[in-house]
Design a protein around this ligand. Structure first.
Ligand code: AMP
Length: 239
């Protein structure tokens, strides 16, 4: 005899399709994208991570991007769009994906909209804008320290037991060159002038929700998951 399942269906049963995580530097896009990736089994695509990987490998793209990234300036749209096109053409994106840190300009948004509209299998994009107070962003960014294995600490809110050393594996923590206060200020200006219009673009399109990022990580994740469920009716999940 078959027994009734005693637990709720796994989140993997729910396919969120293409998801944009929008928000200023430090709102938690990367952290939340990783949580959603684990919950739904769809990939996180972070243009910042792809650019940093190119910078550390010293590729031609990395060499071009480094000076801009270090100053908090945006990398030209054409280069970033091409990077995203290359990544989206990989088969693991067919069930959905989470774009983190892209699009950051109206030009990128228009390009992405056209790219996805040309794909008959893709659900319409949904956008989540994470919002956090400016002073909190400043502390999150300037306090951020990262271990080589990707574990994230914060000197204010989540310090390691020994300053500068990862609790897990004893490696030295590093600060991203663009996490200094002057570069943070520049990145915020870039966000206000170039990316805030992108948030408005998706707000106007309607498949959009704003989430309060000034809560514990798990609560933000739960709020995003609830928003995604509202934004996708069961009908639209038939892909
Ligand atoms: P992030 O890791 O998302 O904070 O991105 C770090 C830096 O990479 C940004 O400050 C930009 O210099 C660059 N970058 C990341 N994503 C984009 C994008 N979509 N367009 C242009 N530049 C980007």
């Amino acid at each position: 005899m078959l027994t009734e399942p005693t637990t709720a269906p796994a989140e993997k049963d729910f396919l969120p399709g293409p998801v944009l995580l929008l928000g200023a530097p430090g709102v938690g896009k990367g952290t939340q994208a990783k949580a959603l990736m684990a919950a739904y089994g769809i990939p996180q695509i972070s243009t910042g991570d792809i650019l940093r990987a190119n910078i550390s490998k010293g590729t031609p793209l990395g060499k071009l991007a480094k000076a801009l990234v270090d100053k908090g300036k945006l990398v030209p749209d054409d280069l970033v769009n091409q990077m995203v096109a290359d990544r989206l053409s990989q088969p693991d994106t067919r069930r959905g994906f989470i774009l983190d840190g892209y699009p950051r300009t109206l030009n990128q948004a228009t390009w992405l909209d056209a790219y996805l509209a040309a794909d008959p299998y893709t659900l319409p994009v949904v956008a989540i804008s994470i919002v956090v107070e400016y002073e909190h962003l400043l502390r999150r960014i300037t306090g951020r320290r990262i271990s080589p294995s990707g574990r994230i600490y914060n000197t204010y809110s989540n310090p390691p037991a020994v300053p500068g050393i990862c609790d897990e594996d004893g490696t030295a923590l590093v600060q991203r060159p663009d996490d200094s206060e002057p570069v943070f200020v520049e990145r915020m200006k870039t966000f206000e002038s170039q990316t805030a219009p992108v948030v408005e673009h998706y707000r106007k399109q309607g498949r959009f929700e704003e989430v309060d990022g000034d809560q514990p990580v798990e609560q933000v994740t739960a709020a995003i998951e609830a928003a995604l469920r509202r934004l996708r009716t069961s009908k639209t999940l038939n892909i």
